[in-house]
Design a protein around this ligand. Structure first.
Ligand code: UGA
Length: 433
């Protein structure tokens, strides 16, 4: 196979997974990050993020000499055939993407490249950004280069699996040479490759995330209707999903989407549309539905209790989804804030995201060392993240531990009949009460 020298800038979630995966298929990869502490950790074989299988693969390729870490752009870029940009594009106050980190990488590229290189943008950037990068570099260096958009579609918690078993690799290039090089470099993944132009590739990333977010808000609206009309959203989603044009995935009703991608990318796409004088009405509604959905459990609890003042609430799960310690834009934070505001005493527990929760949650929130300890003596439980260890809690366990057993399940984790039989007041999303 064609083995290349690759520099990956940014050892965050996307960068580290990309670097490790590229080394695993045989390339020689140097990951560069300005954060000295992080690079020191990585050199010691410690992954700064929790991601199944990542540490093992990182260690294996580091020991095989295919993967290294540095804080020096000069060292990383020397002799590189490709430079992957995988730095963050956080959200500005107005919802636009903050491109500060991208700009800084591009300045370093201008300073240190010495031979033809393909610059590959992994970070999610507004349509047109790669052309700006190209124009900027043309003014700064005589060294030939191409800029390629290669968006990532990894999910947190299954990033390694998604990398080796993804649905597609999108390569947006404006020259045949760059497109072919990227195609050859990615061939060992054995995943279908779709080649297109740079701007379309940039748009594919936003459109994909916006569409998935739309599916979630859509099914959540259907769930609300199901509650009012006494239908069951799980059966409705299943019946819809049997139609291959609709598909069964991403129709899980719940407390809305969170995480570092959907909220940020949907807001950014609304802004991108606004910049070309198009009001993206549909996507605005998707965002609004999600806002309401994240507050759904608290609303239900208010209706149940009348007032939440003084009520002790066990909050199970703080991560934005299972198998990650990530709490960015997690519904749990909104829920904790709303509960505290309503005068409730919140006791939270999460299998791995508790350290983050202690930073993100209001000070008034207490933390327990186990689900059992959180539930013990509480007036009600909120199931917020569908961790496996919560899914196996039996109905009679809730009955035993809670004062008067009331459970608000934001993820439809339990069997309706079983809950009813055990005598729980059980509220889920879009299913008969
Ligand atoms: C998402 C996309 O799935 C990836 O393809 C994409 O690469 C990534 O964003 C990104 O842009 O980097 P991720 O944020 O890791 O990945 O999480 P998802 O598994 O997609 O879940 C997002 C949110 O939607 C979670 O809060 C989850 O609970 C919620 N969700 C998901 C639902 O409420 N219902 C569903 O049916 C599916």
């Amino acid at each position: 196979m064609l083995s290349k020298n690759i520099a990956v800038v940014g050892t965050g979630y996307v960068g580290l997974v990309t670097g490790v995966a590229l080394s695993e298929i045989g390339h020689t990869v140097t990951c560069v990050d300005v954060d000295e502490e992080k690079v020191a950790l990585l050199k010691d074989g410690v992954s700064p993020i929790y991601e199944p299988e990542l540490s093992e693969l990182m260690k294996k390729n580091y020991e095989a000499g295919r993967l290294s870490f540095t804080t020096s752009h000069r060292i990383a870029f020397a002799g590189a055939d490709a430079i992957y940009i995988a730095v963050g594009t956080p959200q500005n106050e107005d919802g636009t993407a903050d491109l500060r980190f991208i700009e800084s990488v591009v300045r370093n590229i201008a300073d240190y490249i010495t031979k033809y290189v393909v610059i590959v943008t992994k970070s999610t950037v507004p349509v047109g950004t790669n052309h700006h990068i190209k124009r900027y570099l043309e003014g700064e260096t005589e060294v030939p280069f191409d800029v390629v958009s290669n968006p990532e579609f990894l999910r947190e918690g299954s990033a390694i699996q998604d990398t080796f078993d993804g649905d597609r690799i999108v390569i947006g290039a404006d020259t045949e040479m760059a497109a072919t090089l990227l195609e050859e470099m990615n061939e060992p993944f054995g995943i279908p490759i779709f080649k297109t132009d740079v701007r379309s590739a940039e748009m594919i990333k936003y459109a994909s995330n916006a569409f998935l977010a739309t599916k979630i808000s859509f099914v959540n609206e259907i769930a609300t209707l199901c509650e009012k009309l006494e239908a069951n959203v799980e059966d409705v989603a299943h019946g819809m999903g049997l139609d291959k044009r609709i598909g069964e995935k991403f129709l899980q009703a719940g407390i809305g989407y969170g995480g570092s991608c959907f909220p940020k990318d949907t807001n950014a796409l609304v802004q991108i549309a606004g910049n070309v004088e198009h009001e993206f009405t549909l996507l605005k509604a998707v965002i609004e539905v999600n806002y309401k959905q994240q507050r759904l459990l608290v609303e239900k609890a208010k209706q149940h209790f009348g007032s939440l003042r003084g009520k002790r609430i066990a909050l199970l799960g703080t991560a934005f989804k299972p198998n990650t310690d990530d709490m960015r834009e997690a519904a749990s934070t909104v829920i904790a804030e709303e509960l505290v505001l309503a005068g409730a005493q919140v006791v939270a527990y999460d299998p791995i995201a508790m350290a983050q929760a202690k930073v993100e949650f209001p000070e008034a929130v207490n933390f327990a060392e186990s689900a059992e300890a959180a539930l013990d003596g509480a007036d009600a439980a909120f199931l917020v993240t569908e961790w496996e260890e919560f899914k196996v809690i039996k109905a009679n366990h809730y009955v035993k531990l809670l004062k008067k057993p009331v459970l608000f399940d934001g993820r439809n984790c339990y069997n309706l009949e079983e809950m009813k039989r055990a005598g729980l007041d059980y509220y889920s999303v879009g299913r008969p009460a």
